[in-house]
Design a protein around this ligand. Sequence first.
Ligand SMILES: C[S@@+](CC[C@H](N)C(=O)[O-])C[C@H]1O[C@@H](n2cnc3c(N)ncnc32)[C@H](O)[C@@H]1O
Length: 227
Amino acid sequence: MTWDEAFGYRYDDWSAHMTADIAFYVDLAREVDGPLVELAVGNGRVAIPVAQATDRQVVGLDSSPAMLEQARARATAAGVNLDLREGDIRDLALDEPAALIYCPFRALLHLPTWADRRRTFERVAASLRPDGRFAWNAFAFDHRVATRLDGQHQDEPVPHTVHYSVGDNRVDLVLDDGARSTLWWATKNEWLGLLDVAGLKLEALYGGFSGEPFADDAGEYVFIARR
Ligand SMILES: C[S@@+](CC[C@H](N)C(=O)[O-])C[C@H]1O[C@@H](n2cnc3c(N)ncnc32)[C@H](O)[C@@H]1O
C-alpha cells in the first residue's frame, strides 16, 4: 500500500492551504485540446477546477476508494463530470492517448522505490499522444528544513509530527490519531533519469508555480516534460 486510508479522512483540512498549484495545472490543461488525466487524483482538489476551466472531462486515477469517494462527492457538488477510476498509477493504461497527464501535490513521492517511479514514467510515456505533456511537482529535500522539522509536533494544518529517515530518503507525516502519509523524496537527477529511461524530453523545470527559474535554493521541482 502506498497510501493510508486513515490519512484521507483529514485530507480536506490537510490540503486546504495548497492553492498555488491550481492555476498552473489549469493553464497547462487549457493549452491542449485532447484527453486530460490526473494521476493520484485524490479528492479532486485540482481535477475539479481543471474540468471547470476547460469544460472537459478529466480522467482521475487513484488507488484509494476513500479518496475517490470524496472526489465523487465534491465533483457532484460542483456540477462537474469526472471520470474517476480506481487503480494504481504504476499500472496506468488508457483507452485513448492523453494530451496532458499531470500529477500534483507531490503524489509521485508516495511511490517507495525508483523502480516504482520508472514503471510509472514508462506507463505515462506509453499513454501520451506523440506530442503529449507530462507535468508534476515534488519538494526538493532541504537538510535545513529536515533539521528544523524532524521530530517536531505541529498544530497546523492538522496536528501531526514529522519524522525524517535520511537513509531511506523518507519522510513520515504522522497525525495525532496515528494516520500517516509517507513520502520518499527524489533528487533532480533522479527525475531527469526517469525522463531519460522513459523516453520523455524535459520541456521545463521551474522552481515554483509561477514559472520562477529553478535556482539552487529552490524548494520545489515543477516539471513539464514532453513525449
Ligand atoms: C497528496 S494526495 C494528492 C491528491 C491530489 N492529486 C491533490 O493534488 O490534492 C495523494 C494521493 O495519491 C494517491 N496514491 C498514492 N499512491 C498511489 C498509487 N500507487 N496509485 C494511485 N494513487 C495513489 C492517494 O490515494 C492519494 O489520493
